[in-house]
Design a binder for this molecule. Structure first.
Ligand code: ZN
Ligand code: ZN
Ligand code: FE
Length: 763
């Protein structure tokens, strides 16, 4: 359009993406004012619609400027520009939300909870500001979203803030398009908003008392954004031990909240990218390499060279940490294996045996959202637990999917729903072992479809017949566990081509009735073929092996035909125990077959005498990784034979090294390298140029980074996770991706839309 600048035109700009509740409309308003443009902007369920009218030059510049100067947390996914007839108005207006969806009929996006922004932080520490020391300060750039929203559209009346009436000052900010609190739904101040309480005290007194309790070594349950934390002095071994005892969590690492980045740097090594993740709006727990500092309790993460670190991410946390000035344990407020507490009453009941005191507040939490966990892997972020700050942002995948609801697995549960080319993956939900967790799981299967306005027609679950997540759901489509792992990796990486999938984890149900877990699958979208797998072995006592790697080690020795007497493993059993286990192996009694890579790691760790019994899954394998010496890379590997997936040479090499007096650390390096070469061997045979890595074993940084490097050296393209965990937390994404591509859109026996959004309402 090269007409003279004097001529006018009117454009319609339709935008989809994360553009609601983040100050997008005020930004559009200001931009229009700057350019002297008239028109309007309004939210639609699927995004934002803008109409602009003005001279050609300004209106042409407008879309570009929208993209370039977009506020920090907005994400413009698609922008559609079309011409409209002139309307002749002279002002620019922000209109109320339009109730129903736009032309696409797509679901809107609820934003994740956002960490406190710099402006709000400044206010809460400014004695002149009316929000000085106010723990619930927020604006359109920060504050709770997902944890308080009850339904769409995201308006105050549809959040847990609906019970708080804004004071005139807050209301004025809320109504002023030029204010950064324009339509900030959780907007609040000390006069009109939520309050904290500690016993009989409220406000600053409550904060002060909570601080003094933590200083005195007491364990304080603190209500936060997506649930309760247990706060305790991270410098005191005695306090941390007491917390572990009460929480019944003997060894599993505990996360630590630091007052600020400087204090993190005192205790941990920090790469630039790790700093960025810590300070991001998602503000997850980040696994960092520890320094040799003596001032933190050893019992935080026993024997672990890394520490889970997070920064304060809500004003309440900032205020508390500023007062404390030292690192505290910030672990989720629950008993081990139960869901996190979200209401005051629930916390009082369930945490009374753990916490000495409670710091409550009266802003209700609509749904539990745990802290997320991330680390840096091969130079980029890798999610280990995708929850607060990330969920429920959708993952965009290649191609349109059928509407399905995927239920995930029983461990580290998360669920997913599809909507067109988007998959909404729920927050992390923990294990489904306890009845409490199963209840919460059922609630969530209604919640996610409701909130995303997706309308699933079919339910997808793991093919394991005994999973709680699969039970009582008759008409479900099942997806094999490891197929789902690889599909999750492909989905989030936008891969549509055939790959070799390396799915290594602890346990997954195999269609042949054995336990899979060391799988090499050729995956082509919804299809897969088991190309190869780790050589199978028996698990004497089945499930007991998870807690007793010493049993797994016996299973490995038995398979390889190595007498236990030739090893030091016999010393890990009483004579009677040994007799029983050997009998069950010899007679194949209660000794299921498995190809599990996770168990192989465990068993090797037990064989080296590193750990015979564990208190959480993966503990032995993790300790094998933590042993790796600085110079691991130069220590070589055991020579494999030509039979793919065969670990016999590895176990024989280990025993030989042990007999020679080699250290467990050096042997660990060789085990890691040998397993990497074993993967390379299969990759060469499979001949697929792309190799996707998924499953819990790829949380092992050394293994993953070494495989990635070696695959590249040999000309392969490695594909691994980023936004979605390689562990079972990513399963639902893969299930949705697989089933979403295969299911015919209407099937007999499927709940109709008239019965509500969730086809499993009868669960
Ligand atoms: Zn803010
Ligand atoms: Zn107010
Ligand atoms: Fe798995």
């Amino acid at each position: 359009m090269s007409e003279d600048a004097g001529s006018r035109q009117r454009l319609r700009i339709g935008i989809t993406g994360a553009v609601q509740g983040v100050g997008f409309r005020p930004f559009v308003y200001r931009l229009a004012k700057e350019l002297g443009i008239a028109g309007l902007v309004r939210n639609r369920t699927d995004g934002v619609e803008i109409e602009i009218e003005g001279d050609v030059v300004s209106t042409e510049a407008f879309p570009e400027q929208l993209k370039e100067n977009c506020p920090p947390h907005c994400l413009i996914r698609e922008m559609e520009v079309s011409f409209l007839p002139l309307a002749g108005e002279s002002e620019f207006a922000i209109l109320d939300s339009e109730g129903e969806g736009g032309g696409h009929g797509r679901a809107g996006e609820v934003l994740p909870d956002l960490a406190t922004c710099g402006d709000c932080l400044h206010e809460i520490f400014d004695p002149e500001d009316r929000r000085y020391l106010y723990p619930f300060t927020n604006c359109t750039q920060c504050g709770p979203r997902f944890s308080i929203v009850q339904s769409l559209p995201y308006d105050r009346a549809n959040t847990t803030m609906s019970g708080f009436r804004m004071c005139p000052d807050c209301q004025a900010e809320y109504d002023d398009p030029a204010d950064r609190r324009f339509h900030a739904q959780p907007n609040a101040c000390p006069r009109c908003g939520p309050r904290v309480a500690f016993g009989e005290e409220t406000g600053n007194d409550a904060m002060e008392s909570a601080t003094r309790a933590i200083e005195a070594g007491r364990i304080v349950a603190v209500k936060g954004v997506g649930g309760f934390h247990l706060f305790a002095d991270a410098r005191s071994d005695e306090v941390v031990q007491r917390l572990r005892e009460r929480k019944r969590r003997p060894d599993k690492p505990l996360a630590v909240m630091f007052p600020n980045l400087d204090s993190v740097a005192e205790h941990c090594l920090l790469q630039t990218i790790e700093k960025e993740i810590l300070e991001s709006v998602a503000a997850p727990i980040v696994l960092l390499q520890r320094r040799d500092s003596k001032s933190l309790a050893d019992s935080l993460a026993p024997g672990n060279p890394r520490l889970g670190v997070l920064l304060p991410y809500s004003p309440l946390h900032h205020l508390l940490m500023r007062r404390l000035g030292f690192p505290v344990v910030a672990t989720s407020g629950n008993l081990s294996d139960e869901p996190i507490c979200i209401s005051n009453e629930e916390a009082q009941e369930r945490l009374s045996g753990i916490a000495d005191d409670f710091l409550f507040h009266d802003r209700p939490i609509e749904r539990a959202v745990d802290d997320s966990v991330a680390c840096v892997m091969a130079g980029r972020e890798l999610s280990l637990r995708r929850s607060r700050g990330y969920a429920p942002a959708p993952i965009v995948v290649p191609g349109k999917l059928r509407p399905v609801l995927a239920l995930g697995g029983d461990l580290k549960n998360a669920i997913a729903v599809t909507d067109g080319d988007r998959i909404f993956l729920s927050q992390y939900h923990g294990d489904l072992e306890s009845p409490l967790a199963q209840d919460a799981f059922r609630t969530r299967t209604q919640d996610l479809p409701d909130l995303s306005r997706a309308r699933p027609e079919r339910v997808v679950c793991d093919s394991h017949p005994g999973y709680h997540s699969s039970a009582s759901c008759e008409d479900a489509i099942s997806v094999q566990h490891h197929h789902a792992h690889i599909a999750a990796c492909l989905a989030e990486n936008g891969i549509d081509e055939t790959v070799l999938g390396v799915a290594w984890d602890g346990t997954g149900y195999g269609p042949d009735g054995t336990i899979w877990g060391g799988e090499f699958l050729i995956v082509n979208g919804a299809e897969f073929e088991r190309f190869s797998h780790l050589r199978s072995f028996s698990l004497p006592g089945g499930e007991r092996c998870v807690r007793e790697p010493r049993r797994t080690a016996l299973g490995l020795l038995h398979e390889a035909g190595i007498p236990v007497e030739e090893t030091t493993l016999a010393a890990a059993f009483t004579e009677e125990e040994l007799r029983i286990v050997r009998t069950s192996l010899a007679r194949k009694i209660h000794s299921p077959r498995t190809s599990s890579a996770g168990r192989l790691f465990d068993g090797l760790a037990a064989l080296l005498g590193i750990r015979h019994r564990t208190t959480f899954e993966g503990q032995a394998a993790m300790e094998l990784e933590f042993l790796l010496p600085e110079n691991a890379g130069s220590l070589g590997s055991y020579v494999l034979d030509s039979s793919p997936g065969n670990w016999f040479p590895i176990i024989k090499g280990c025993l030989h090294d042990l007999a020679e007096g080699e250290s467990a650390a050096r042997i660990s390096a060789r085990i890691h390298h040998s397993l990497v070469e074993l993967i390379l061997q299969v990759a060469c045979e499979a001949g697929q140029s792309r190799v996707a890595l998924s499953g819990g074993c790829f949380q092992n940084r050394y293994l993953t980074e070494t495989v990635i490097r070696r695959l590249r050296e040999e000309g392969f393209t490695p594909i691994w996770h980023r936004l979605v965990p390689p562990n079972d937390g990513g399963l639902a994404l893969g299930q949705a991706y697989v089933a979403g591509r295969t299911v015919p859109s209407t099937q007999p026996g499927v709940a109709s839309e008239a019965e509500g959004n969730s086809p499993i309402s009868s669960m």
